[in-house]
Design a protein around this ligand. Sequence first.
Ligand code: PLP
Length: 419
Amino acid sequence: MKKPFVNKIRLEEICRQFPTPFHLYDEKGIRENARRVNAAFAWNPGFREFFAVKATPNPQLLKLLREEGCGVDCSSLTELMMSDRCGFAGGEIMFSSNDTPAEEFALAAKLGATINLDDISHIDFLKNTIGYIPRKISCRYNPGGTFTLGESKEGFQVMDNPGQAKYGLTRPQMTQAFRRLKELGAEEFGIHAFLASNTISNEYYPALAAILFRTAVELKNETGAHITFINLSGGVGIPYRPEQSANDIAVIGEGVRKAYEEILVPAGMGDVSLCTELGRFMLAPYGHLVTRVLHQKHTHKEYIGVDACAANLMRPAIYGAYHHITVMGKEDAPWDHMYDVTGSLCENSDKFAVDRMLPEIEIGDLLVIHDTGAHGHSMGYQYNGRLRSAEVLLQEDGTARLIRRAETPEDYFATCIWD
Ligand SMILES: *Cc1c(COP(=O)(O)O)cnc(C)c1O
């Protein structure tokens, strides 16, 4: 059973300080998890987690992760600007973008970020934009086809479709790209790939690592490129459903180490440093969307209307994603009522849960929607003039701190031209 990281009494106190809805983050959980990630890869010289900023672009959370030794992975101008303002610099910034505008390459280069190219044509685009090819550079690899792991009667443990993904260079292009970059003066090379999303398996990273390590050995032999870093990117998932079990990052780290020792070390590449760009795994479980029940509606179904909506958390509406819900204070009551839990958008997909068994709910109950710490607030939007909520940090000392205020109508109107 999934348990909120805060109890009802404390949460009601926080709600007196900050009106619902808001996203609440757990500093202690975030720090402990970041330390587990770093410990899992401590065997690798130069390892660094570059937090995928798009998952939760909040300066206070980025600074907190920086204190734990993380860098940032950016893919847009504003993410670069935010990272710069948070104090990240040079080697602490990875720039893994696609379909990249010129000004973004220019800012990434100015900040000394490590640029990860998404296409072979971006080599000349980058050179024409900034006037040179950085000494250290990376290319994103897409092997195509499908990526599968662990077949069983229930199907594949992990299955995704790189062949349908817009990202990355093909294998022959990787060779051409490294040759071209070398000609243009690049000296340190990296390889990146992102083959599957939200994997609930300790085997995803080791399998991806083996593919990238073999590719690195081949590319070194083919092109003579000096490969100094390999980027395993994101994709390590979390158990959104209560019956799923969590990945064990220590086991994952050991699995990657085994591949490293089997493939890279014998090839004389035992000095390659590893990077990750985890987003979801770093923060998702340590965020709750806190919302209060406004209405109950008995029509063709039983509806619970809350004060949050898809503008605060879009994943259920756009992916049909499951997010667990706890009715605060009723954890031990029988879960014998079936509800749709809805927001207020004039959009029928605005449902946090459909046909969900929950304890009997009353108006005024406080709900925690779990696992919103990544790809939650950040995917928010303003449809229907519903504004994005506040973000609050539950600090290690137990106090709650506002780390982003809620949007106001003035924010919404700020871009309007009235006459
Ligand atoms: C989204 C993204 C990530 C993070 O993915 P998660 O599934 O949140 O771990 C990492 N790298 C790149 C390039 C991304 O686009």
